[in-house]
Each structure stands twice: as C-alpha cells, then as structure tokens.
Design a protein around this ligand. Sequence first.
Ligand SMILES: NC(=O)c1ccc[n+]([C@@H]2O[C@H](COP(=O)([O-])OP(=O)(O)OC[C@H]3O[C@@H](n4cnc5c(N)ncnc54)[C@H](O)[C@@H]3O)[C@@H](O)[C@H]2O)c1
Ligand SMILES: O=C(O)C(=O)C[C@]1(C(=O)O)C=C[C@@H](O)C=C1
Length: 366
Amino acid sequence: MNKRVLLIGLGLIGGSIAMAIKKEHSCTIIGHDISADHANLAKRLSIIDTICTDLQKEAEMADLIVLATPVEETERLLEWFAAFTIPPGALITDVGSTKSRIMEKASSIEDKGITFIGGHPMAGSHKSGPGSAKAHLFENAFYMITPGPETPDQRIEELKDWLKGTHAKFIVMDAEKHDLLTGVVSHFPHVVAASLVRQVEHYSHEHQQVNDLAAGGFKDITRIASSSPVMWKDIIKHNKENILTFIDEWIMEMECVKDLVKSGSDQGLHDYFSGAKQYRDALPIKAKGAITSFYDLYVDIIDDVGVISRVTSILAEKKISITNIRVIEAREDIYGVLRVSFQSEGDRQQAKESLEHLQFTTYIAM
Ligand SMILES: NC(=O)c1ccc[n+]([C@@H]2O[C@H](COP(=O)([O-])OP(=O)(O)OC[C@H]3O[C@@H](n4cnc5c(N)ncnc54)[C@H](O)[C@@H]3O)[C@@H](O)[C@H]2O)c1
Ligand SMILES: O=C(O)C(=O)C[C@]1(C(=O)O)C=C[C@@H](O)C=C1
C-alpha cells in the first residue's frame, strides 16, 4: 500500500522536501498549511497530492510526518501532537533551524512511544513559500540530524532513506552542539546583516542617495536580510543564549577593529583583512551550505540587446555549467561587466578561452 506522508508547512523548505521525497518514493503526500493560498499553490504545483482536511485523522494514519513550519509553530504542533494517537511505527521529523527546544518538546511525545528525529537541511534561500521550492535545493548540502538519546540507529537510517532524494550529506549531532555551530555560522550573521541594513536605512533619511549607492558589496553581505522575519524572529528566540554570547564577542571584536582604525597602522589593518581573507578563501567550496564557488570570470559587455544570452549560449554549447551570473552595475558611459561564476578552475579557464576566441574581453580578478 502507498505510504502516507503528512507535510505540515508548505513553504520553501517543506515544498522542497516534498519534491525530494517524491523523486525516490511512491507515496501520497498530504499537505497542511495555515495559509490557504500556500496550500492551494502547493497542490497546483503538484508538490502535494492532496490538501489535508482533518489534521488529527491524517496524523494518526501517517507513516512519516514532516514539520516544516517556523520553529515556534513546530514546538506548538509537537505539544498538540501529544494528544493524538500516532502509531508507534510512524516517524516524525522537522526541518527547523534550531534544535534544542524542539528536541526538549519532542521528548514528551517520545515518552508515548513515538519516534521524533530532529532534522535541519543547511541550505535555503531568502525566498519563502511553495513557489520557491526546488527538488534540488539540498543537493550536496549538509543535512543535520539530531536524534533523541534513545533513538535506535535503524530509525535514523529509515529517516535518511525517506530523505535520500535530497542528495544531501547527513551529519548526526546533538541538539546543543547544533545550536552553537549554526548559531555562529548562520543565526548570528543574520543579525549582523539586518543591523547593517538598519544602519544604512538610518543614513538614508538624511542622505537619500545612499540607496542608489548600495551596490554589489552591500547587496552581497545583506542578501539574507530579505528573508522571512517570522522565521528569523523564532530562530533568534530559540537560540537566545548563544546569540547573546556572539553579540558580546562581536562587540569585543569591533573594539579591536576600532583600535586598529584609530591607530591607522598599515600593517595592523592589512593583517586584519588578510587574516579574514585567508580563512574565508580556505573554506570548503564544493559543498553547498558552505561558501559558494569563487571561480568568477568577468566579461566586458557592451550595452547591446542579447549580449548576455550570447555569452550563456557560447558556454552552453561548450557544456560549461554556470553557478551564478550577474551584471555588475556600470556607469552609463562605460561598458558593463558580467560576472559569471563556475564550479571549478577548469570550467573557468575553458569559458575564458571560448569567450576570448569570439572576441570577448575577459578578466580574472583575485
Ligand atoms: N529558509 C531557509 O533558508 C531555511 C533553511 C533550512 C531550514 N529552515 C527552517 O525551515 C522551516 C520553514 O522555513 P521556510 O523557509 O520553508 O519558511 P516559509 O515561510 O517558506 O514556509 C513556512 C510555511 O509554514 C506555514 N505555517 C506557519 N505556521 C503554521 C502552522 N501552525 N501550521 C501549518 N502551517 C504553518 C506558513 O504558512 C508557510 O507556508 C523553519 O523552521 C526554518 O527555520 C529554513
Ligand atoms: O541561503 C540563505 O539564504 C540562508 O539564509 C540559508 C541558511 C543559512 O544561513 O545558510 C539559513 C537558515 C537555515 O537554517 C539554513 C540555511
């Protein structure tokens, strides 16, 4: 008989998980969302098979339940689940960005013989909703799994099997360590990104031009500030103690930077930036969820209709995959520059040769 998957929260992550499950399992996915628009769109996009009409009934019949809501909602749902008669064979998992409070809450349903295994795919986007879901969102990303102290290994393997269509790399970790590590690489940087945007916003009240000048660098460092405020409010509340520590440490770091700036020391400033560059450049680039590829090629483009598609067609003909492409805003009186990113140095070199052969001017900037 077809297995039944109940998916609660049909947004970016829930939708992407459903698509990945569908790739590998013939099952029926029943979707529930508090937003009727999200539920209807998920159905129209065939992310789910049916919209849930009776949550308790579906929960009591499901083989797998995936909670893909903001983390405070996930906690509430777990409390509510404690009242249901979920069969012991069923598996419940979530995708929330924090784990300690969720695992604590889950222990009350585990006492009733229900297996809950925490999950967190370390890939995503600043976009929300089922319209942004993609089956390959988690490919090559790390997928953290936080089992309870009593969870049998065989149940962890079962969860990995359900999720094999994500093509993610699973790592098992305890919830406290999870929250510390994701706190420093994901949650706290989000606070910093939002604070940088707020700082520019304050300046813009007096100097409107600042909005036009906020170009590539600012956009790169603050992209994540465009993510869902509901999701991030919950994450920060859940990881409060770690975030408070990171804020204190950051203030100390800023005090050191302040001293360096005051001193005007060439050596000191150079070493500070060089240390950061060396560490960042050495981070793994192959895995999604870490730092994306650095293999950028800059291509001069005249402001001519169709020039971007010409560049991409040349690369497609040579079967060179592009990981990112972006026009770098140029002044009106000069040529624009296209930044094309590749997965490897080999791809970049091949692209350079192919484009130069057809009279494009290219640069590699370190
Ligand atoms: N966005 C990312 O980059 C990312 C990456 C990994 C994990 N996560 C985690 O995944 C979860 C979902 O995030 P998302 O990016 O998919 O957000 P999203 O806003 O795209 O989707 C969340 C969905 O949950 C629904 N929802 C909210 N409360 C609900 C409730 N009580 N019952 C049913 N549905 C409810 C919303 O209507 C929405 O459709 C969050 O816990 C987040 O921390 C997000
Ligand atoms: O790429 C992004 O937009 C993200 O913010 C993804 C990101 C991250 O910080 O890397 C955000 C939160 C999730 O829990 C996991 C991944």
